[in-house]
Design a protein around this ligand. Structure first.
Ligand code: ADP
Length: 265
């Protein structure tokens, strides 16, 4: 039984195909978000990655910010529900999930069965999100993917006092012109993000184990800074950015099983 989960985010689209809810047999990620050709591209690329066609998929479930504008799907679910299930699959011991995506931060507590108990979200502001880091990488003329390794070389971390993206951008430019070391500046940027995210996490409390989902979890500098702020280790899986799509495909599988059981009654 093949099920597909698609996560249409603000910045990227992710897609996962599961066989019988236990084995990943197709996947794709496209660096385009909702309102672009990203959803169609990720859908087609994931099908091709496993040598499948649309008709092979028994159920397609879509999640993410752009989930209401994708017609290929059979059904949709919120990101909260899908990230909870996805992280539960990757790390069954996780009880707090910190999802940092392109434009928002969500913190949720999950049960031992991967159900979301409660969640908090950032306000409509780029501070602390992937967008903030992408803007800073642009100012520093480095790739977002390299921020983590650059920050590992820091010796004298620089404090960034502005949380607002626009003000922080000017602050970083003025520090650059004062010849501050790149690594020290990047480490300061990471601490500024981590402080912002930690204040959100503390609203609901830290329940161990703590795991991260979303693309920003791929930045080891953010993980290190956040772990320091929260005073706990953070579980990171190489598929953290796919957590929403994994959850979506697994929920599609559970829905099919439930349907089959109901039909037998
Ligand atoms: P969304 O689902 O909201 O579209 P994602 O969870 O895919 O967003 O995260 C996108 C963000 O992740 C980007 O804005 C970027 O800052 C960050 N990101 C993506 N890939 C990497 C990487 N390899 N290393 C560090 N950060 C990354």
């Amino acid at each position: 039984m093949l099920t597909m989960g698609i996560d249409i985010g603000s910045t990227t689209c992710k897609c996962i195909i599961f066989k019988d809810g236990s084995e990943i047999v197709g996947r794709a990620i496209v660096p385009l978000g909702t309102g672009t050709s990203g959803p169609q591209q990720v859908f087609q690329t994931a099908l091709s990655s496993g040598g499948f066609v649309r008709e092979d998929m028994e159920r397609i479930l879509v999640t993410g910010y752009g989930r209401f504008s994708f017609d290929e799907a059979d059904t949709q679910k919120s990101e909260i529900t899908c990230h909870a299930q996805g992280i539960h699959y990757l790390f069954p011991s996780a009880r707090t999930v910190i999802d940092i995506g392109g434009q928002d931060i969500k913190v949720l507590h999950i049960s031992g069965r991967g159900m979301a108990d409660n969640f908090v979200m950032n306000d409509k502001c780029a501070a602390g999100t992937g967008r903030f880091l992408d803007v800073m990488a642009g100012v520093l003329n480095v790739r977002t993917e390299d921020l983590g390794s650059i920050s590992m070389e820091a010796e004298n971390e620089v404090r960034i006092s502005n949380t607002c993206t626009v003000f922080a951008e000017s602050e970083v430019i003025s520090k650059l012109s004062a010849n501050v070391r790149l690594a020290d500046l990047v480490a300061g940027i990471h601490t500024s993000v981590a402080t912002r995210v930690a204040s959100l996490v503390f609203r609901n409390g830290v329940v161990k184990d703590v795991a991260m989902s979303g693309g920003v979890a791929l930045n080891q500098g953010i993980v290190r800074a956040l772990s320091r702020e929260l005073k706990t280790d953070i579980l990171i899986h190489k598929d953290c950015q796919f957590a929403g799509a994994i959850g979506a495909a697994l929920i599609a599988n559970q829905e099919l099983l439930r349907q089959a059981r109901d039909n037998k009654k």
